[in-house]
Design a protein around this ligand. Structure first.
Ligand SMILES: [Zn+2]
Length: 460
């Protein structure tokens, strides 16, 4: 639904701009016109995400026909096609510039049994609304996207549990004409509580699939050793469905986890402390650890199993063991965000994953300029002048502050805003004037003119 505060937000927010260009004034007027009553009907018929609502508000205000509005919409579409892939846990500090509409996307793999927590912080805090949209990437010849959920900076976190191993795509995009820095963190947690609270390190001593009975069957759970009489606790809120005894498991308890359509199995208990039909909460004691059943010649331990509806026995390890919590520290120089760096060695590799273990995406020659969009661990998220994005190791790029060489212009030329044939001239340079060459990309040089302005000149 279209809420009143959203409309007010769209209508009031542009006034927070510090530097208003004439273009911005025009935009604001159009936006205000777009914040009229006719818009409020949208959403009555169809539930829209905040991103769709904002995109609609641009269209309603005819902003999608302006260069700025259409490039905002295109940036959002392009980000869905990008294939930068990250490993979890992940932390990146990045930058969005007001004058170049842009969206960043991140593909990552979620492992079954994990809970994924995405969090976005922006600086300055009220700089802009940032839209976060999460998609499932469905496998196939051409991968496609299933929309999952969203958050914006009003509620800037997304938490979800992974039911099956799955690739996800997260897109973040700020509203128009806003510059801001963001910190994106994506962490993983186990879905369930650890069933033996005395085991602080969440150690599992025998794993899923280990051979049993001379290899005639496989281990359909995990074993957690603990002193006899230590409590085994409910790993979920649920209902005890069965309390009984069997040959292999000895004293056993079944606990239904209806929310996830699965049953938890506790075996070899010394004592059962619940009854069938009893409702329990995470942390309630189910029974005491022992070595009943076929564990009578083994030290006391809990055998813990998960049986999923429609799937049967499932490896419990990712559901309960603690994955690495802290993303690697960011050592990339964040003062470079939003600025250019250039390749230092003769040739250097850029990658789609910020890891040297990943495939090389492209090899770039010395002095190639890269716009720094973000920093994660010892990598920069960068963009080539043609818009291609990748990750580059911080050790193979350098600042462009010091010129490669000075060049005397033999003829007058335009100083261009971008390294493309139809780029807008932002200054004109006269024949005989000197420029400092900062980086080289195909047939263009990034230069600083004698009056200090930076731009591109064609080298042909
Ligand atoms: Zn076992």
């Amino acid at each position: 639904m279209f809420r009143l505060q959203d409309i007010l937000y769209y209508c009031m927010h542009p006034f927070r701009l510090k530097q208003l260009t004439v273009l911005s004034y025009i935009l604001i007027i159009i936006l205000l016109a777009g914040c009229g009553a006719k818009k409020t009907l949208r959403g009555v018929f169809k539930q829209q995400t905040p991103y769709e609502r904002y995109a609609s508000s641009l269209k309603d205000a005819n902003l999608h026909e302006t260069a700025l509005g259409s490039s905002w919409l295109q940036a959002g579409e392009k980000a869905l096609q990008d294939s930068l892939h990250i490993n979890l846990p992940f932390k990146e500090v990045g930058y969005f510039a007001a004058d170049k509409p842009k969206a960043h996307s991140y593909r990552f793999t979620g492992k079954q049994g994990l809970k994924i927590v995405v969090n976005l912080e922006t600086k300055p805090e009220d700089a802009a609304r940032v839209y976060m949209d999460l998609y499932e990437v469905t496998a196939g010849a051409t991968s496609s996207l299933n929309y999952l959920t969203y958050a914006d900076t009003v509620s800037s976190s997304i938490e979800f549990e992974v039911e099956e191993n799955q690739t996800y795509l997260l897109r973040i995009q700020p509203e128009l004409l806003r510059s801001l820095q963001y910190t994106l963190t994506i962490k993983t947690q186990p879905t369930l509580a650890f069933p033996v609270p005395s085991k602080k390190n969440r150690g599992i001593d025998s794993f899923w699939g280990d051979p049993r009975d001379g290899g005639s069957r496989n281990h359909e759970g995990v074993d957690i050793f603990a002193p006899r009489g230590a409590p085994a606790i409910a790993a979920v809120d649920g209902i005890v469905t069965r309390v009984g005894t069997n040959r292999l498991g000895g004293n056993v308890v079944w606990l239904s986890d209806a929310k996830r359509r699965q049953n938890l199995y506790y075996a070899h208990l010394d004592k059962q402390l619940v009854t069938a039909g009893q409702r329990v909460q995470v942390g309630d004691t189910i029974g005491l650890i022992g070595n009943t059943g076929n564990a009578r010649h083994t030290k006391p331990h809990l055998h813990f199993g998960i049986y999923r509806s429609g799937h049967g026995a499932t490896n419990p390890a990712p559901y309960i063991s603690m994955p690495r919590q802290t993303p690697p520290a960011i050592t990339a120089d964040l003062s470079r965000l939003g600025g250019w760096v250039r390749i230092t060695p003769k040739m250097a590799n850029v990658r789609l994953v910020p890891s040297t273990k990943s495939n090389v995406y492209m090899s770039l020659p010395q002095h190639t300029p890269l716009l720094v969009l973000g920093g994660t661990s010892s990598w920069y998220r960068v963009q080539l002048p043609d818009g291609t994005e990748s990750y580059v190791a911080t050790s193979i790029v350098e600042s462009i502050a010091k010129p490669i060489r000075q060049q005397k212009l033999s003829a007058g030329t335009d100083l261009l805003a971008d390294a493309v044939p139809l780029a807008a001239p932002q200054d004109s340079l006269t024949a005989g004037s000197n420029v400092a060459v900062l980086a080289i990309y195909n047939n263009y040089s990034l230069v600083r003119s004698h009056n200090g302005s930076t731009g591109w000149i064609s080298s042909i």
